[in-house]
Design a protein. Structure first.
Lengths: 386, 260
């Protein structure tokens, strides 16, 4: 069942229709095999990203003058949700790509915008976001990757961990230390693919979300021109955190789509499967489980759309974005787990997609700030406002 | 080169398609409709030809109010303008009557260098409108093209048959219908969606075309659907238990259906 949506404009509705058409024809039918092959290290959904890019769906939230779609977050995120309902790895990819463009779009100079952003938003490129390190995940300000001044550029040295799109990306939005230890010593760079001294470890073997290739990115004297430093030296952490406020909303939207898909499979199954001479949906014990799933999906959608509207209106939204990420990803975990329950033994097999959805849901509670970190953000802001 | 593409609004094949009980015409009200997928190939081919050279692509559709959705999709893909002929009196028209309306509309649009049609509509699937239309316009017709190129004043097409592929040439202006092998239709882009809002769509009635209501519609059509029965749901297959004679039972079954 497609979700009921109230889109703000006619073109936004057309955009949702277009997204659904591409999802139905190009993503949903390929997701199962795509994930299986990617798990064996044999595939990457490059073609899916190109199709979305050509349709203009990889750059929706950026201004039209800069080559984007000029869409409010309220609309962009609902597109991400639709993609998440069709192929989660691709929705995460779209969200990560948007995140990687954010520093240049928001903090870049006019020159950087015209030189770098056009390509990033063209739909032909894919970005990676190099923030986490093996020893600096939640406490990312303790990162140790260094950017040492070298003539009119910098030399990068250090290792980034769990980097989505590593090895497939066209550019790497990278955070590295130009000054002292601590949050004020970090700067932001975009490093082009193929830069000498930047290499990739073997892809991580993960629980799910296989088509989101994740690897360590190793910088060993990789040279990046000073013209590719985004913002002033030392601005890295504020840029990274500001990007994550928006990025989190993308994850919330994708997780909502994933939960919607799990619910759809479960609800349909419940009206077909018979036990004790009845459809299992006729047992209230099971129907109420489905009702709770529906309530979880609907509240997930409501929280991310609320945060998006605040952002679109230029109001503070960081707390609401953290709430949305927490609610939507916990909803995705609950709903996908319950979907497996509704399908019983069949749900635990790979004959149905819900076991995959459950594995995919787990990571949404971890990346772009674990849900513990979301609570940290929420509680700090809540208490600060008293 | 100026190209007119004929497109049709058809009920979505994914939904439960049916006929109106009263007059046995296709029910276009209660089912969501869309641009016939086979016509997307014709739109794509027109866009490619114009992008490679110059000119304009005009899409034309005959259909009820909702048929505006079909031309909208073509405009979002990149067509330049659209004409929608909508008139109560057209309801129930068969292929000859529809081709008459289309022919008059194309004459009014101007004299295109090329008229493109899809292979067939996905609802009627008769495949006859292109030929009738060519006849009415007095144009050469080359149908079922799986490849199309334009050189100077001529088009060259490839038509794949069961035993051979033919290469056929015709002089412009002419009418070509294309198959689903000819290209891979593009999706609209978001920019296309935005641009389509500003593109001109003209809505014409029969009066605008000088067509008399007595020439079209259910009552004036040459053919009429008298009766329809829904295709029965598929029956469950027969399960044969192998009691040592499974092989011969299988052979018997296949022979009874003339498979062997
Ligand atoms: C599939 C995948 C894709 C990813 N993609 C990217 C990417 O593209 N770019 C990128 O930079 N990173 C990426 N990451 C990394 C991800 O953002 C980190 O894994 C995440 O931020 C958590 O860091 P960590 O793994 O070091 O966990 P840790 O920080 O070690 O956390 C371990 C546990 O301790 C808890 N914890 C930590 N600190 C606190 C605290 N203060 N209070 C309470 N609990 C706490 C955490 O919530 C967690 O439960 C990706 C990860 C995965 C799995």
């Amino acid at each position: 069942m497609p979700a009921t949506r109230l889109m703000p404009t006619e073109e936004a509705q057309d955009l949702i229709d277009l997204t659904r058409e591409i999802c139905d024809k190009q993503l949903r039918p390929k997701a199962d095999d795509g994930e299986r092959l990617a798990a064996q290290g044999e595939a990457h959904p490059t073609e899916a990203f190109r199709t979305l890019g050509r349709a203009g769906l990889m750059s929706l939230p950026y201004p039209e003058e800069l080559g984007g779609g000029g869409q409010p977050y309220e609309v962009y995120l609902q597109v991400v949700e639709e993609i998440g309902a069709a192929w989660m790895s691709v929705a995460v990819g779209v969200s990560v790509h948007s995140l990687t463009c954010y520093p240049v779009a928001q903090f870049g100079s006019d020159e950087q915008k015209s030189e770098l952003l056009e390509g990033m938003l063209s739909g032909e490129q894919l970005g990676a976001y190099c923030l986490s390190e093996p020893l600096a995940g939640s406490d990312v300000a303790s990162m140790t990757t260094k950017a040492t001044a070298d003539g009119d550029g910098y030399l990068l040295k250090g290792t980034k961990a769990w980097i989505s799109h590593a090895g497939h990306a066209d550019f790497y939005t990278t955070f590295a230390r130009t000054g002292d230890s601590g949050p004020r010593g970090v700067s932001c760079f975009t490093v082009p693919a193929g830069t000498e001294g930047m290499t990739f470890a073997e892809p991580e073997r993960k629980m799910g979300l296989h088509a989101d290739t994740v690897r360590q990115v190793i910088f060993d004297g990789a040279r990046v021109d000073a013209s590719r430093r985004i913002g002033e030296e030392g601005m890295g952490m504020p840029i990274a955190l500001s990007a994550l406020d928006s990025g989190r909303l993308g994850i919330a939207a994708a997780a909502t789509g994933l939960a919607q898909s799990a619910l759809d499979v479960a609800a349909r199954y419940a009206t077909e499967r018979e036990q004790f001479g009845k459809r299992i949906s006729e047992f209230q014990g099971l129907a109420f489980l489905l009702a709770d799933m529906e309530a979880a999906v609907t509240s997930a959608r409501a929280t991310y759309i609320h945060a998006a509207r605040l952002k679109d209106a230029g109001r503070p939204f960081s707390k609401e974005a953290a709430v949305a990420k927490l609610i939507a990803t916990d909803a995705a975990m609950k709903v996908t787990t319950d979907a497996v329950q509704v399908l019983g033994g069949a749900g635990y097999t790979q004959d149905f997609p819900v076991e995959r959805y459950m594995r995919e849901a787990k990571v949404t509670q971890i990346f772009e700030g674990t849900n513990q970190i979301q609570r940290l953000v929420i509680s700090r802001q809540l208490l600060k406002s008293l | 080169m100026n190209i007119v593409v004929c497109v049709k609004y058809v009920p979505d094949a994914q939904s439960d398609r049916t006929f109106n009980d009263s007059d046995k015409t296709t029910d276009r009200e209660s089912v969501d409709g869309l641009l016939s997928e086979l016509d997307e190939y014709a739109v794509e081919e027109a866009l490619k030809l114009v992008e490679a050279g110059e000119g304009e692509v005009t899409v034309v559709t005959v259909g009820p109010d909702q048929a505006a959705d079909a031309v909208k999709k073509a405009l979002q893909m990149g067509a330049d303008k659209a004409v929608h002929i909508s008139d109560e009196a057209i309801h129930g028209s068969d292929a000859p009557a529809t081709s008459l309306v289309l022919a008059e509309a194309i004459k009014k649009i101007g004299s295109p260098d090329l008229v493109l049609c899809g292979l067939a509509s996905t609802d009627g699937t008769m495949s006859v409108v292109p030929a009738m239309l060519a006849e009415r316009l007095g144009l050469p017709q080359v149908t079922q093209a799986s490849e199309l190129s334009v050189e100077g004043d001529a088009v060259k097409i490839r038509r794949d048959g069961d035993v051979a592929s033919e290469t056929i040439e015709a002089s412009l202006p002419c009418l070509v219908s294309v198959t689903d092998q000819i290209n891979e239709p593009r999706y609209p882009s978001f920019k296309g969606i935005m641009a389509a809002k500003k593109k001109p769509v003209e809505t014409w009635t029969l009066a605008d075309l000088g067509v008399d209501a007595g020439q079209v519609g259910l009552d004036n059509s040459w053919t009429k659907v008298l009766e329809f029965t829904k295709r029965p749901p598929r029956e469950q297959g027969e399960i044969v238990k192998d009691e040592g004679d499974g092989g011969s039972k299988l052979a018997e079954f296949l022979a009874s259906r003339k498979f062997i």
